[in-house]
Design a protein around this ligand. Structure first.
Ligand SMILES: [Zn+2]
Length: 465
């Protein structure tokens, strides 16, 4: 139980293939993509009733992804039991035996699958299941492809001297990607459990600061907004740590965050990841400010409103992704919802993988006023976790409408009583804000349901009006 990838032939093969793809460039990657897509499509057609029906009428052998109809989160979730290729997995079973139990975060489901829950950019909740191969690819690809940006060869000797202590600053309370990853590492051995610590950003900032001061992490993983918050504490002198490396993901790294982080921590290397629970090893940032997509394992097709390809140098409407490693829950031309732009020229960093810019996921850090008149900053993803993990919530949006008011738009599940769900949400959010020092903030229920932003066409979750 809880073992990481066994160091077997398949691991060595993945490492070898990953290095070979880097060296071989486009031709090698295209060949690997064709082989892997053919295998994935064949498996989906055989073992997933959903894809069998979707793909009937297509040629027997498919190597060109453009033949395949795109899929959406909503559709896949509506057909969950027919979507997965292992009949032992059912949505009802997951919701009954696994997802509600937070002591199981990071533990393999049925002894062999890793499970994430997510809302993502569309606000639509999803349950994502990864098989062993997909998990292995995530670990191997993420590590190998980040080695240059992290300057691993310089980092290693210092880490050896100062010790590996990794603090993971994320919202807990659900089977969220980053937390599942960290907890699965912790479960491998008591040694690793001491080396990795998950600190929930749902806790009051003073508590986080105290624990970080005591733990003295050398490595940090966090949302950009959480890292910026920690940076502010360091600048204010309450926090005194000197981390060597930080990995961020899940949100846009704004210039403002970046300035705060650089001002707070001298010599800290920050590497950004761009990924989603469905494609967890998707892309890693380089020192030139681009993300390089791991296209040998994840197909990446920027498209317009009609799902037609858009050329490099143009911002897409959305992007279709395919996880070539995961056979248990095939994600093939899946609408990820992000607007992206592929670079037209090779990246100066030397990577031969496509370089992309991603339009930020548009959440705001909210600022409220404490009863004493102090400014209290609330991380959007922490607030999101509090609302989303309330039983009966389907989707939500939270808008900071003033220094002491928060408006919440709520979509409840069909079998839930909307008023009861609302009361619980209001109670939980009020308690959460109070714990952070923003007691007395009025949490108001919006008349309108959650809606897509008319201007950007994106689903924003938390912002300030
Ligand atoms: Zn680059």
């Amino acid at each position: 139980m809880g073992k990481g990838p066994a160091l077997g032939v398949d691991v060595l093969r993945t490492v070898w293939d990953t290095l070979r793809a880097e060296r071989g460039g486009e031709a090698t990657i295209r060949r690997l993509q064709r082989e892997r897509l053919r295998r994935l499509v064949r498996h989906a057609r055989t073992a997933s009733p959903y894809y069998r029906s979707l793909y009937q009428g297509l040629p027997a052998r498919v190597t060109d992804p453009r033949l395949l109809p795109p899929v959406s989160k909503r559709d896949l979730m509506a057909h969950f039991d027919d979507w997965v290729t292992d009949p032992d997995i059912t949505l009802a079973g997951l919701k009954r035996d696994f997802l509600p139990d937070l002591s199981l975060v990071g533990r393999p489901y049925l002894g062999r699958y890793h499970v994430f829950t997510t809302s993502g950019t569309t606000g639509e909740p999803a349950v994502v299941v990864h098989d062993r191969a997909s998990w292995q690819v995530l670990h191997i690809v993420a590590r190998l492809r980040a080695r240059r940006a992290l300057r691993v060869w310089r980092l290693m000797p210092v880490l050896g001297r100062r010790g590996v202590r990794s603090a993971v600053l994320l919202a807990t309370g659900g089977h969220y990607g980053g937390v599942v990853l960290a907890e699965s590492v912790r479960r491998r051995s008591p040694f690793l459990a001491r080396r990795v610590r998950v600190l929930s950003v749902l806790r009051p900032v003073e508590e986080l600061v105290a624990e970080l001061n005591e733990y003295q992490p050398t490595l940090l993983s966090a949302y950009p907004s959480a890292l910026a918050l920690v940076a502010e504490e360091q600048i204010a002198g309450r926090l005194r740590i000197s981390p060597l490396q930080a990995i961020t993901a899940g949100e846009e790294m704004t210039d403002e965050y970046r300035r705060e982080i650089d001002a707070a921590f001298e010599g800290l290397r920050v590497v950004q990841g761009y990924a989603a629970s469905e494609v967890p090893g998707l892309a890693i940032g380089c020192n030139e400010g681009s993300f390089h997509v791991n296209t040998d394992w994840y197909l990446f097709e920027p498209v317009d409103e009609r799902y037609q390809p858009v050329p490099a140098g143009t911002t897409s409407h959305t992007v279709l992704v395919t996880n070539l490693a995961n056979l248990v829950q095939p994600l093939i031309r899946y609408d990820l919802g992000d607007r992206v732009e592929v670079a037209t020229a090779p990246c100066p960093c030397g990577s031969r993988l496509p370089a992309v810019k991603v339009e930020g996921r548009a959440n705001d850090v909210l600022t409220f006023q404490s009863p004493e008149g102090r400014a209290v900053r609330i991380l959007p993803l922490a607030l999101g976790a509090v609302v989303e993990e309330t039983p009966g919530v389907h989707r939500f949006q939270a808008v900071g409408t003033g220094p002491t008011t928060l408006t919440v738009r709520l979509d409840t599940l069909q079998d839930a009583d909307p008023d009861e769900v609302w009361n619980t949400v209001a109670e939980r959010v009020t308690a959460f804000l109070a714990a952070h020092g923003a007691a007395g903030v009025a949490v108001e229920r919006a008349h309108e349901p959650p809606t897509v932003d008319a201007r950007s066409g994106k689903f924003r979750q938390v912002w300030s009006a």
